[in-house]
Design a protein around this ligand. Structure first.
Ligand code: SIN
Length: 499
């Protein structure tokens, strides 16, 4: 049985012990000032493991968002005229400051998100990598000369920043989802208004504090904090509908992505959407099973299963199904679950009640339809849920229609490559997919046919700062990170010279 925490939910207030207390900021950031909501209202943020209140941040709305947009617009006038070298130097200073404060930042992530400390440090390496990468990219925004078909014409393109950017980020990677958007925006010469996730606002505020300390001018970065519900909807709407904002980058659910896209239509903003997925993880009969088990563990249980690219359905070939299932179950059975600040914890809690209840619902409905519980299958204290392995998933299960976004490994059985590809490609979303096979021809064939934006072939951890991250179909469009990541924040201008 996985080791679950006991008597962990304490209630009351909790002091976050940091070496650099400046990093724990409980205000929004507009036009270079740390500010409250206009009406002074706040909302609490909790430690997800203990459910203790960490502190509170301003519950801002439309009016504060408008001020943040105006401030970004004012700052854009000068920031967009700085040299790429200047922006590179500032981003490099931010990278160094983030690296120096890794211990504290990791603690903040673990406390407000729930992931184990080692994972938080891993996230920071990934996250800081975006700053480092785009610092370098700031000086490489090359234009083109394009030979003209006429003798008296010369064509030149230059690349310019798109303008004020709205960045809406989720709670599952409180640092990386911000830096993946903010770093290319700043490198390109854009200014930004960030809507911090309500569940994990402190990481974004800490990153912004360091950006302020290293010298980013006022108005270049602005952060709005708001509670879920009415204010969150009003902030999102203002970011989408305000015509000063020229670009929206959003990571979140497909449902919300569609809503935001509608709201952006009047001002026709440039958009990047990294939306939900339903990642298949396929183990063929010719796979190295031990490697596939390791891959499935990493891919499924990272962040307690709360990443958009987590394996949602694990398809195993009939010939190796029983062996794979028993190996995977044996490993999950040994998981140590608990407060991520404690040594040796491999899995933390879910981020909120809705997340935990969704896992419970998927387990319940799958069991009712005939699935067998190999490990776990029960809620723990507070926001914890036992890491679970379900076998013999029936023909129709809830995971076919939506992401569990939790620590549930659902094992489907298949007999042919055609059959599994048809089932996987029937999904309306296509973010990431994974498969394990020892057959080179199959590796090419399946990788090409999988309808996803990213494929792991005998590889389960595909996230890196240097690669284009993004999906197809209803998983959205646009690519983040890597070569081309800065393009999302730039526009080409054509200059045709008559000579
Ligand atoms: C996500 O879950 O949206 C991002 C995952 C990643 O970057 O690894």
């Amino acid at each position: 049985m996985p080791q679950m925490p006991k008597d962990i939910v304490k209630g009351g207030k909790e002091a976050l012990s940091l070496k650099n207390n400046d990093l724990f900021v409980q205000k929004g950031y507009i036009n270079g000032a740390w500010v409250d909501a206009d009406n002074k209202s706040t909302f609490p943020v909790h430690n997800k493991a203990t459910q203790t209140e960490i502190g509170s941040v301003p519950n801002m709305g439309k009016a504060e968002t408008k001020k943040a947009i105006d401030s970004a617009n004012e700052a854009y006038k000068e920031w967009s005229q700085t040299t790429g070298k200047h922006r590179q130097d500032l981003l490099t200073k931010l990278f160094n400051a983030l690296q120096e404060n890794t211990e504290d930042l990791a603690k903040i992530i673990t406390v407000e998100n729930g992931k184990p400390l080692a994972e938080s440090k891993g996230e920071l390496a990934y996250s800081n990598g975006f700053i480092e990468w785009f610092a370098a990219e700031a000086t490489r925004t090359y234009g083109k000369t394009i030979p003209a078909p006429l003798p008296n014409v010369r064509n030149v393109t230059i690349r310019q920043p798109v303008g004020v950017c709205a960045l809406i980020t989720p709670w599952n990677f409180p640092a990386a989802m911000i830096t993946r958007k903010l770093a290319p925006a700043l490198a390109a010469g854009c200014t930004a208004v960030i809507k911090a996730p309500a569940e994990t606002p402190y990481t974004s505020l800490a990153i912004t504090k360091l950006a302020e300390q290293v010298g980013f001018p006022k108005g270049v970065i602005n952060v709005i904090t708001c509670a879920k519900g009415e204010n969150e909807a009003a902030v999102g709407k203002e970011l989408c509908e305000n015509s000063i904002v020229r670009k929206l980058s959003f990571t979140g659910s497909t449902r919300v992505g569609k809503l935001l896209m509608n709201q952006c239509s009047n001002s026709l903003k440039k958009l990047s959407f990294e939306l939900g997925g339903n990642a298949p993880f396929i183990v063929f009969g010719d796979a190295d099973l031990d490697k596939a088990v390791e891959g499935a563990l990493a891919c499924k249980f990272r962040g307690a299963g709360q990443t958009c690219i987590c394996a949602n359905r694990i398809f195993v070939h009939d010939s190796v199904y029983d062996e794979f299932a028993s190996k995977l179950a044996a490993r999950v059975d040994k998981f140590k679950v608990g407060n991520g600040l404690e040594e040796g914890i491999q899995l933390g809690p879910l981020v909120n009640e809705a997340g935990r209840d969704k896992v419970a619902d998927h387990v319940k409905r799958s069991k009712e339809a005939g699935a067998e519980v190999l490990v776990g299958g029960k809620a723990g204290e507070g926001l914890f849920y036992e890491p679970t392995v379900l076998a013999n998933i029936p023909e129709h299960a809830p995971m076919d229609d939506e992401e569990t976004f939790g620590p549930l490994a659902a094992l489907y059985r298949f007999k042919t490559e055609e059959e599994v590809l048809a089932k996987v490609n029937a999904s309306p979303v296509g973010l990431a997919g994974y498969f394990y096979s020892g057959d080179v021809a199959r590796c090419f064939r399946v990788a090409e046919r999988l309808e996803v934006g990213m494929v792991g072939i005998n590889a389960a951890i595909i996230s890196q700062n240097v690669v284009p991250f993004g999906g197809i179909k209803e998983s959205g469009f646009g690519r983040e990170g890597g070569p081309g990541g800065i393009d999302e924040y730039m526009v080409d201008k054509l200059m045709v010279f008559g000579v």
